[in-house]
Design a protein around this ligand. Structure first.
Ligand code: NAP
Length: 455
């Protein structure tokens, strides 16, 4: 894929970039290696100070950064502004809490003194997706840099200006040269990077094939990885649920980021007793969404990020209808305008055991399933290769306890939308990946957990 800014709302190529050559990549790896030797000696208070400064820059210039994201990948501008604010928040969170998360932990043993010490590993490679071009990077950067690691970013090829802007923010915040660098390279270079001794570990957020390929390259070198991959999150609505709130949230949860979020609600599993009503209310909400120019403040749904994503989604919807699904609204790309627009779409009656029902739909398409009871709801929710998040709606305490216990996912949200929060761990099970980001768990992924025993 060419490294370029192509406006998804118009199809216009705005800027192209030459990928780094091998000599340039080598120089950046050397710089990262040298930077780590000094950076690891810096104190928590110095790192916190720089990270707070990065948060200041993000807050002060959020309008500009948000516009860049919308220009490169098409998310509605209001969502892009909220994303920049969230990046500032994660910087402040780790600036404040990393010292306590990484403090020595005393453990009583047969030694006079034994404890656990957390130490940085070195240069960590972050391979990141375009869908949250700032948030995905900052939720890696904030804990990684607070832990004393240095970062190298291989961002998605369609958001190069975001990638460069983030490098510049970190530099302006006061971090030394080489502590965080963007590598403008294609995906084919990633395996070679994993084989380089100067890179100690890697994190990847993206698709399953990308995750599998990175993990295979890392496995050959015995290097640790964290993988945040796809999801097909269930959104379960049981008969006792507050239906109005559930439907409003269902719409937000499906349309978030133009439908291109790993934790978007994708499979709506609704109790038969309330299914007619839910379906009607959801249809009303989808009909009311404003599709259009993502730069306009009243736009609810912008374009998909690339023509390839539009084609893939179209193909999936066609397969779903061939497999027995019925389209209630939408169902075809909006070809009467330039850009990669796809309308809000609801598909009902897909047989749950067809392969297409188990795929991730990365766009504004809701699959609606009806179930007789909670047993069937949990069974269907778990009948997925993925296990990222799940949202479930009930006012019954026993049902709530069963959902919390029995849903197979990295996160269960009861009566709320699945979301990431710096204070809570984020990550999946099954084919959604492994490892955790955010919270104390996230900062412990890329450290040497050193056992110290002294007699
Ligand atoms: P993608 O194609 O996998 O791209 C993600 C990143 O991986 C990009 O930087 C890409 O570079 C790189 N990449 C692609 N193939 C690679 C390979 N074989 N080896 C190494 N790197 C490779 O994913 P996407 O389509 O942009 O993103 C959508 C997917 O990400 C969805 O499945 C979504 O659910 C998932 N996602 C997960 C989370 C989470 O936290 N679990 C969050 C957001 C998104 P190029 O751009 O140069 O190809």
């Amino acid at each position: 894929m060419a490294i370029a800014t192509i406006n998804p709302a118009t199809g216009e190529t705005l800027k192209t970039f030459e990928p780094l050559n091998d000599v340039e990549i080598n120089a950046k790896l050397d710089l990262a290696d040298r930077a780590f030797a000094d950076y690891r000696q810096t104190s928590f208070s110095q790192r916190s100070h720089w990270l707070q400064k990065a948060a200041d820059i993000l807050e002060q210039e959020k309008a500009e950064f948000a516009k860049l994201m919308t220009l490169e990948m098409g998310k509605p501008l209001k969502a892009a502004i909220a994303e920049v604010e969230k990046c500032a928040a994660v910087c402040r969170y780790y600036a404040e809490h990393a010292p306590e998360f990484l403090a020595d932990v005393a453990v009583k043993t047969d030694a006079n003194h034994s404890f656990v010490r957390y130490q940085p590993l070195g240069a960590i490679l972050a391979v990141m997706p375009w869908n949250f071009p700032f948030w995905q990077v900052f939720r890696f950067v904030a804990p990684a840099l607070m832990a004393g690691n240095v970062g190298l970013l291989k961002h998605a090829s369609n958001v190069p200006q975001c990638a460069l802007a983030i490098e510049e923010i970190i530099r302006r915040a006061g971090f030394a040269e080489g502590v965080f660098q963007t590598l403008l390279i294609g995906a084919a270079k990633v395996a070679d990077l994993m084989a380089d001794d100067r890179i100690k570990a890697a994190t990847l957020t993206g698709s399953e094939p990308a995750g599998a390929s990175l993990a295979a390259a890392a496995g050959k070198q015995i290097k640790k990885t964290v993988l945040e991959l796809g999801g097909s999150d269930p959104f379960i609505v049981l008969a006792s649920a507050d239906l109005e709130t559930a439907v409003v949230t269902a719409t937000t949860a499906r349309m978030l980021n133009n439908g291109q979020s790993c934790i978007a609600a994708k499979r709506f599993i609704v109790a038969e007793a309330i299914a007619d009503k839910f379906e009607k209310l959801l249809l009303d909400k989808f009909e009311a969404l404003k599709v259009g120019d993502p730069m306009q403040p009243d736009t609810d749904l912008g374009p998909l990020a690339t023509p390839g994503i539009l084609q893939d989604l179209d193909q999936q919807v066609q397969t779903a209808t061939k497999s027995g699904g019925k389209v209630l609204i939408g169902g075809h790309p909006l070809l009467d305008r330039p850009g990669n627009f796809y309308p809000p779409t609801i598909i009902i009656d897909i047989p749950p055991d067809t392969p297409i029902a188990k795929e991730e739909f990365f766009g504004p398409v809701a699959l609606l399933f009806r179930v007789p009871d909670i047993d069937a709801a949990i069974k269907l929710a778990n009948d997925s290769p993925f296990g990222l998040g799940a949202s479930a709606w009930t006012t019954n305490d026993q049902e709530r306890d069963r959902l919390v216990e029995e849903i197979q996912a990295g996160a269960v949200f009861i009566n709320g939308m699945v979301k990431s929060d710096p204070r809570l761990p984020f990550g999946g099970i099954k084919r959604s990946g492994y490892g955790r980001e955010l919270s104390i768990q996230g900062i412990h992924e890329f450290v040497n957990v050193k056992t110290v025993w002294i007699k």
